[in-house]
Write a protein that binds this ligand. Structure first.
Ligand SMILES: [Zn+2]
Length: 407
C-alpha cells in the first residue's frame, strides 16, 4: 500500500475497526435476506507525510450515484450554511461562486438568495435533482482537473470555490485539488471544510472513520495536500461541525500571501498534541476499545434488567459504531431518523430497523442512544420530551454518558 499523497510505503497502523459494509448503504426490506459485502476498516498513517488514510476500497462512483444523505434534513446544518455564506459574501464580494459536492443545494440556495451567480457540482443524481428543484443550478459530475477546466471554460473562473465536507471523500486527493485550482480565479479563494484529525483523536470520534472518508487531516497534512494541486493555505478557522472541523482558506500559490497567525497557532496545537509525529497516534486504538467496552456493558446490563433502549438517528457514523461494537436489535430495538428515505430500511451490517421519529413517543423507551452525538445540543432540546416518562439520553462518544432528558 502506497501513501496517496507522497507515494511512501511507510504506513503505520492507527486503529483497525474490523470489516464493515459501506456505512451509507441502508438495506431495503428485500435486501435483508441477501448477502452483504464487508470491507476492512483499518486506518493507517503515512509516517513520511503524516496523512491518515484508508485504502480506496469503495469508489465514490459506487457510493454517490444514489446518495442517502440530504443535508437539508438537519436544522443546524442549514443554519451553519447560511452563516457561512453571509460571512463569505461580506468578506470576498464574489460575482461567481462554485460549490463542489453541493448536495441538495442547502448552501448555494443562500448564494442564490444574495442574487449572486452560482453553480453546484454534485455527483449524486438524486440529490442534484433536489437542488435544481429549489432553483440552484447544478451540474452532475465528479470534480477532476478536466471537469474543473470544462466549468471554467463554460462559466468563467470562480471568485470563490467552496468544498465543504468533501475533501475527505475523494481518493484522488491530488487530482481533486488540481480540479479546485482549475475552477478558481487566479486571485480567487478556495474554502474547504473538513473534519479535524486533532479533535477526532482527542475526543475519541472514531465512528467518523468510514470507508467513504479516505483521508483525515491535520492542518499540517492538509497544507501538503493543497500544495499538491497548486494551492497555498492562507488562513484557517476552527469550526464546530462534525464534532470539530477546520475551514481552510487557500489561494493559488502564485498569489497567496504568508499564512496567518491562526494557521501558526493551530499547527502549534497539533504539534503539542504529538500529531506531527507517529507518537501522537499510538494510544488511540486502546481508547477506541474502551468506548466499545463501556457501551456494550451498558447495553448488556440494560437488556438484562429488562430496560428498553432505542436509537436516535441513523447517520453513517452510527454504522461504524454499531458494527464495530457488534450491536444488533436484541440490544438496540430500532433507531429513528428524520430522513424519510431511511424509513423502512435497515442499518447496514447490523440490520437494525429504521423508523420515523414519532415511534419514540409512542413506545416511551427507558433509554435513547443518540448516534449523531455531534448534534448534541440540538438533539438534547429536540428530545426533551423523553423526560416526560423518565427516559434518559445516552451519548456514546467521547465516552459513555447517560443524562436526564429535561422536559
Ligand atoms: Zn505520505
Amino acid at each position: 500500500m502506497n501513501c496517496r499523497l507522497c507515494g511512501s510505503t511507510n504506513l503505520a497502523s492507527v486503529v483497525d475497526l474490523g470489516a464493515t459494509p459501506p456505512c451509507e448503504l441502508f438495506l431495503s426490506a428485500e435486501a435483508v435476506d441477501a448477502p452483504e459485502m464487508t470491507y476492512p476498516l483499518h486506518l493507517r498513517l503515512c509516517v513520511d507525510c503524516l496523512l491518515a488514510q484508508l485504502p480506496p476500497l469503495i469508489t465514490p462512483e459506487e457510493t454517490f450515484t444514489e446518495y442517502a444523505y440530504f443535508s437539508s434534513f438537519s436544522d443546524s446544518w442549514v443554519r451553519h450554511a447560511k452563516d457561512f455564506v453571509d460571512a463569505q459574501v461580506a468578506r470576498t464580494d464574489p460575482k461567481f461562486v462554485v460549490e463542489v459536492a453541493s448536495n441538495d443545494g442547502y448552501l448555494l440556495q443562500h448564494v442564490v438568495g444574495h442574487g449572486i451567480r452560482c453553480l453546484g457540482v454534485e455527483p449524486s443524481v438524486n440529490v442534484g435533482e433536489a437542488a435544481r428543484e429549489k432553483g440552484v443550478p447544478t451540474l452532475t459530475a465528479f470534480l477532476s482537473p478536466e471537469t474543473g477546466q470544462a466549468v471554467r471554460d463554460e462559466h468563467g473562473p470562480a471568485d470563490l470555490v467552496v468544498a465543504n465536507n468533501v475533501y475527505a471523500h475523494i481518493p484522488d486527493v491530488v487530482g481533486f485539488t488540481q480540479g479546485l485550482r482549475a475552477l478558481v480565479a487566479d486571485d480567487g479563494w478556495v474554502s474547504i471544510e473538513v473534519q479535524h484529525l486533532l479533535t477526532l483523536i482527542e475526543l475519541n470520534q472514531y465512528d467518523t472513520i468510514y470507508h467513504e472518508h479516505f483521508q483525515y487531516y491535520t492542518v499540517a497534512s492538509a497544507k501538503r495536500a493543497l500544495a499538491s494541486g497548486g494551492l497555498s493555505l492562507v488562513d484557517v478557522e476552527l469550526v464546530p461541525t462534525h464534532g470539530g472541523s477546520i475551514r481552510l482558506l487557500a489561494q493559488p500559490t502564485e498569489n497567496a500571501g504568508e499564512p496567518t497567525q491562526r494557521v501558526l497557532d493551530v499547527l502549534a496545537r497539533e504539534k503539542a498534541a504529538g500529531l506531527h509525529e507517529l507518537a501522537g497516534y499510538t494510544e488511540f486504538a486502546e481508547r477506541v476499545a474502551k468506548v466499545r467496552r463501556d457501551l456494550l456493558r451498558f447495553l448488556v446490563d440494560a437488556a438484562e434488567q429488562g430496560r428498553t433502549v432505542v436509537g436516535y438517528g441513523a447517520p453513517g457514523k452510527g454504522n461504524t459504531l454499531l458494527n464495530h461494537c457488534g450491536i444488533r436489535s436484541d440490544l438496540l430495538r430500532y433507531t429513528v431518523d428524520r430522513n424519510p428515505y431511511k424509513h423502512g430500511r435497515f442499518t447496514p451490517g447490523t440490520r437494525i430497523p429504521i423508523l420515523p421519529p414519532e415511534q419514540i413517543a409512542a413506545d416511551k423507551p427507558d433509554y435513547v442512544l443518540v448516534l449523531p452525538w455531534n448534534l448534541r445540543a440540538e438533539l438534547t432540546a429536540q428530545l426533551s420530551y423523553v423526560g416526560e416518562w423518565g427516559g434518559k439520553l445516552v451519548f456514546p462518544i467521547p465516552h459513555l454518558e447517560i443524562v436526564e432528558a429535561k422536559s
